[in-house]
Design a binder for this molecule. Structure first.
Ligand code: CO
Length: 291
């Protein structure tokens, strides 16, 4: 695959993704089922000619990342909710990743802090920029609004069939970063909070990926490994996307075949906002794939 083709497919995936997220924005209302929104996004991405790069994440309030509804989930959006929609689309593994926050309460300022951080960061991106500079801009922007960045969630590179590739782009100033080069595809993804600024697992888990397709003894396990590898390769998938027993899935996690993505929640129960765009680093600027 030549570079132009990779860029072209990423741009096409980005175009589809931003269209779908635009369409869904007005559908996120009090009383609507979270599952309906997740399925709408995933189905629309497919209808428009791409594939979901990972299960649509719809984390709410102090949940920051990795929440996706389970099959038959009846939970709905509530008055006051701060809703994060984080979705990905890919064409032949070339991924666009994007997130927005939707306010069903009074969290406008918390959302603006995060959105501004993304665009300030993007303004600084060009060939040769150090990620430490981007991180500093993100932290400063969020703090200017009186909030904190979540320090243990970061932006990241995107590579074919790898939704979280190096380098990490931290959302707080670091001593040292890496130099970005023309042609690199990265996601700028800050999270802002009115809490202490750290997330931890809170138990619930609906998202997995195949990390080590090693030989296993059980036939049922071999079958699920080959099915997952064929359908999703190394990309994350949701439990509701596959029709397999809990027991089998947890066995594969224990064997190190699957990796889990448990819901990450702000440790002090602070509300969390998120904004994300995928960009291609160019010589003198950044090209936003999802805007
Ligand atoms: Co991302």
């Amino acid at each position: 695959m030549n570079l132009d083709e990779a860029i072209e497919k990423t741009l096409k995936a980005g175009e589809i993704l931003k269209k779908v997220i635009k369409e869904v924005e007005e559908k996120v209302v009090v009383g609507k089922k979270i599952l309906d929104i997740a399925e709408f996004i995933e189905n629309r991405i497919t209808e428009l000619g791409a594939k979901p790069a990972f299960p649509c994440n719809i984390s709410i309030n102090s949940d920051a990342a990795h929440f996706t509804p389970r099959r038959g989930d009846e939970r709905v959006f509530k008055m006051g909710d701060l809703v994060k929609i984080d979705a990905g689309a890919h064409i032949d593994g070339h991924i666009a990743d994007m997130a927005i926050s939707i306010d069903l309460g009074e969290n406008e300022k918390l959302i603006k802090a995060c959105k501004d951080a993304v665009f300030n960061a993007i303004d600084s991106i060009k060939d040769g920029v150090n990620t430490a500079k981007i991180s500093k801009i993100i932290e400063e922007t969020i703090k200017k609004y009186g909030f904190k960045p979540v320090v243990n969630l970061s932006g990241h590179g995107l590579m074919p069939y790898l939704a979280h590739a190096p380098p990490n782009i931290y959302n707080y100033a670091t001593q040292r970063g890496v130099e970005l080069k023309e042609g690199m595809i990265i996601a700028i993804e800050p999270f802002a909070t009115n809490g202490v600024g750290r997330v931890a697992e809170r138990g619930e888990c609906e998202i997995y990926s195949l990390v080590n397709p090693k030989p296993v003894r059980l036939k049922a396990m071999r079958e699920i490994i080959s099915e997952i590898s064929e359908k999703f390769r190394t990309l994350p998938f949701a439990k509701r996307w596959i029709n397999k027993s809990e027991l089998l899935i947890s066995k594969l996690v224990r064997e190190g075949v699957f990796r889990e993505y448990p819901v990450l929640s702000e440790v002090s129960k602070g509300f969390v906002s998120q904004w994300e765009h995928t960009v291609i680093v160019e010589k003198d600027s950044a090209r936003v794939v999802t805007f």
